[in-house]
Design a protein around this ligand. Structure first.
Ligand code: NAP
Length: 237
């Protein structure tokens, strides 16, 4: 694989870079050129043997990067949060601008400059054009993927979290712990199916699943249970 990872600096993205490198793949980790943490990521990704790519979020810049490196797999793991919207303003940080806009831009650049690449999109459980703002943009992007003519996978996890997440996401952690607790109790009395579907996944488990499914799953949506099963298969190897 020659992988291009957008969202490489995120909780899931950085694990994906690590997992892909452990498997011996070539990796370009995208870091936005104005990132205040660019030096940190150059050091961390460099130590893993990954390249750091810093094209601006513009169609021509991304297409030029793809034309040069010809990735076989393009991973889109981008997303903003309500916290960031409040802190940094919504003009450049809305679900529309980031989760949809930047991902669609990457999809367009891939179609133009690396049309044989497989596009792996980190969506979310419940993605639907009829849902709330967060779900709607994911539903729309999945529609674009289907129409893109590219080979594609859309991964739909439930909560993605764990004690190793640097960012404090108090409500997300509390909600996922409460849900995981109920699911564990159900599993203890023999009702295991809900846990397979709804229990949270760590960034590293999700990264293992994405790397594995990107390599050999058929095109289409991978739901939360399929992601968990893929992560477990890889850990057993
Ligand atoms: N957390 C969950 O429970 C959950 C569940 C299902 C699906 N998902 C989805 O999975 C995806 C990844 O989640 P995650 O928790 O791993 O993400 P994360 O840690 O929040 O990382 C987000 C990534 O998006 C980039 N990004 C955000 N705003 C940007 C902007 N304005 N311009 C350029 N880049 C920007 C960040 O880059 P910088 O580091 O440069 O800011 C970072 O690489 C998201 O789409 C998320 O919605 C999450």
């Amino acid at each position: 694989m020659r992988a291009f990872v957008a969202g490489a600096t995120g909780y899931t993205g950085r694990e994906l870079v690590r997992v892909l490198r452990e498997r011996g793949h070539e990796v370009s980790a995208h870091v936005r050129p104005d990132s205040p943490a660019l030096a940190r990521w150059q050091a961390e990704f460099g130590a893993l043997g990954a390249d750091v790519d810093t094209p601006a979020w513009e169609p021509a810049a991304l297409a030029a990067t793809h034309a040069c490196s010809q990735p076989t797999h393009v991973f889109a793991l981008l997303g903003t949060t309500r916290h960031r919207m409040r802190a940094e303003g919504t003009e450049r940080n809305s679900y529309e601008a980031v989760d949809y806009g930047l991902t669609a831009l990457l999809l367009g650049a891939t179609r133009t400059a690396a049309p044989h690449a497989r596009f792996i999109y980190l969506s979310a459980m419940g993605a639907s054009e009829q849902g709330n703002a967060y779900m709607k943009v994911r539903g729309r992007l999945e529609r674009d993927l289907r129409a893109s003519g590219l080979s594609w996978i859309a991964a739909r996890p439930a909560f993605v979290t764990g004690p190793d997440r640097e960012e404090r996401r108090v409500l997300e952690r509390l909600a996922s712990r409460a849900i995981d607790g109920v699911l564990r109790t159900l599993a203890m009395v023999g009702v295991r199916a809900p846990a397979r579907r709804y229990a949270s996944l760590s960034g590293s488990a999700l990264a293992r699943a994405l790397a594995s499914l990107a390599a050999d799953a058929p095109d289409g949506v991978q739901d939360a249970a399929a992601l968990r099963a893929a992560a477990e298969r890889v850990s057993r190897r």
